[in-house]
Design a protein around this ligand. Sequence first.
Ligand code: NAD
Length: 625
Amino acid sequence: MNQKNFIVRKAAVLGAGVMGAQIAAHFANAGVPVVLFDLPAKDGEANGIVVRAIDALRKLEPAPLAAGDRAALIEPANYGQHLERLAGCDLVIEAIAEKMEWKLDLYAKVAPFIAPHAIFASNTSGLSIDRLAGALPEALRARFCGVHFFNPPRYMQLVELVACGATGPRLLDDLEGFLTTTLGKSVVRALDTPNFIANRVGVFAMLAAMHHTERLALGFDVVDALTGPAIGRPKSATYRTADVVGLDTMAHVIRTMHDSLPEDPWHRYYRSPAWLTALIDKGALGQKTRAGIYRKEGRQIQVIDLATREYRASAGELDPEVAAVVRIRNPAEKFEKLRAHPSVQAQFLWAIFRDVFHYCAVHLGAIADNARDVDFAMRWGFGWSQGPFETWQAAGWQAIAQAVREDIDSGKAMAQVPLPSWVFDGRAGVHGPHGSYSASAGTDRPRSALAVYRRQLFPERVLGETQDTGITVFENDAVRMWHTGDDIAIVSLRSKMNTLGPDVVEGLLEACERAQADYRALVIWQPRPPFSVGANLAALAPAVQAKDFAGLEKAVARFQQMTSRIKYAQVPVVAAVHGMALGGGCELAMHCARAVATLESYFGLVEAGVGLIPAGGGCKEFGCK
Ligand code: NAD
């Protein structure tokens, strides 16, 4: 069937392990019914493995299910009894253990049951999509590709799409549309190279961190303190991330790199260190076995000590001098100081940045179409606030290039391969208004023109890209009212965490007035979450301290006037919510004609928890929507 629109009425996930069960949960979150398969259980009920996996979803943190009752959309099945159920699925995702032979065996078993119009995709972390496709009948090969979710799939934005040689022309476009609009994911197209983009760079970054951890004799907990939020990366940093992923899966990914990239200049680093193998041998596989690099003993978090291989209390902290350097706002100054600083922690940080810059520049042409794909893959797949190329560009392209070259020449870098010549062609970076550099094409590439992106007025941008910021109606320090050239006005807050202080309240009142006069509707929208964490209590504190209760009452009354004005406005006011809408922020949304919220929105009149009665008018709105 060659229909115009690709619609997923029902999906199937093969494999109810860490990833498969959570991918199924996310389909359920999006309201898509899903059949979850695994091997028939050896004892007890045949669906036992899947039933237990669905049960475990309710207990897992962070929660894979948006609400417990969503699990009802997941139908347990096993390969022994239920293969014919595949025929009713528009999309089938394979997520069994990362072993080529096991996957190929399973493909031979399921292929005859997959509907002729369905897309069949593997969630492999980096096995060759072409080799996997080889096990399929030719017709199904054209419907096959890689669809690489990241862990945890509900929360990690990235999905990498990978074509095999036979993948039909429209298939990835169709899947990209579905993943973006229905599942709320961000897609990067990767090439069929080992571990694709994010894991290739991200696992190298972890291997580089492991190498320098041992070289500089740092604790895993110290390295996690250094490689987390201090440098714009998630709290799980390096080693806690490995625990979340699963140390055995991590070792598989490293092995894939070792086995499939013999010519890579960094090949000798593609090995699991001895301490990692020892943990795996002990069955300490990370979060899924409740012990890995870290474990919890009573209330204490413990970490493996590199020297003794015993667990000890985790206590890693940043050296205050290094903390001061990483806080420097100017990236050029920060990197210069980091490189020159004598402390072991600073040397560690410079070394991991340098080796990742070096690695990305050398491999760009082979692993990605362009530098934007690498940066987005690292932001969305590993939660880095900036990708490696953006970080390099922000710190001064040529200065960093020079520093990396010096370290390669003096033998400090992990590999001696020179930086490619395009790095030194006088450029100021790889991202610019015309697109991002493609080393394989030798030119800049613009963004994807797929129809699905025409719906996104403000897609995430990489550093150096221009952003259309709309036409301002009025703005001050508290709010900006603007539009995109039509008759719908937007108001965005400018306060910290989008709190609602007196100036924001006045701004919203004015936006309401102006919207009534000149526009068809008003949307309250923030470019970045949260929607609003509520009243600006710091702004009210002086009145409380001075016991100026009349002043306080006036402020509360004004807030209530604002929410009432929104409720009774002559044009609809719509709250577009992403992230937290707490306290006054929740009340603001409650007074809007509609609140349109993304899945990851968190509403709450949290002040009730500390015994305060919400004062913005929210209490009278209960039951209204
Ligand atoms: P897992 O070990 O948690 O689960 C694997 C599942 O495969 C189990 O349910 C098991 O019953 C099933 N299985 C094992 N052998 C089988 C066989 N011979 N035939 C059929 N089923 C079999 O693994 P996981 O971490 O969920 O990984 C699944 C896939 O997702 C792998 O390809 C992995 O590379 C990929 N992946 C993992 C992560 C991650 O962070 N764990 C992230 C992205 C992608």
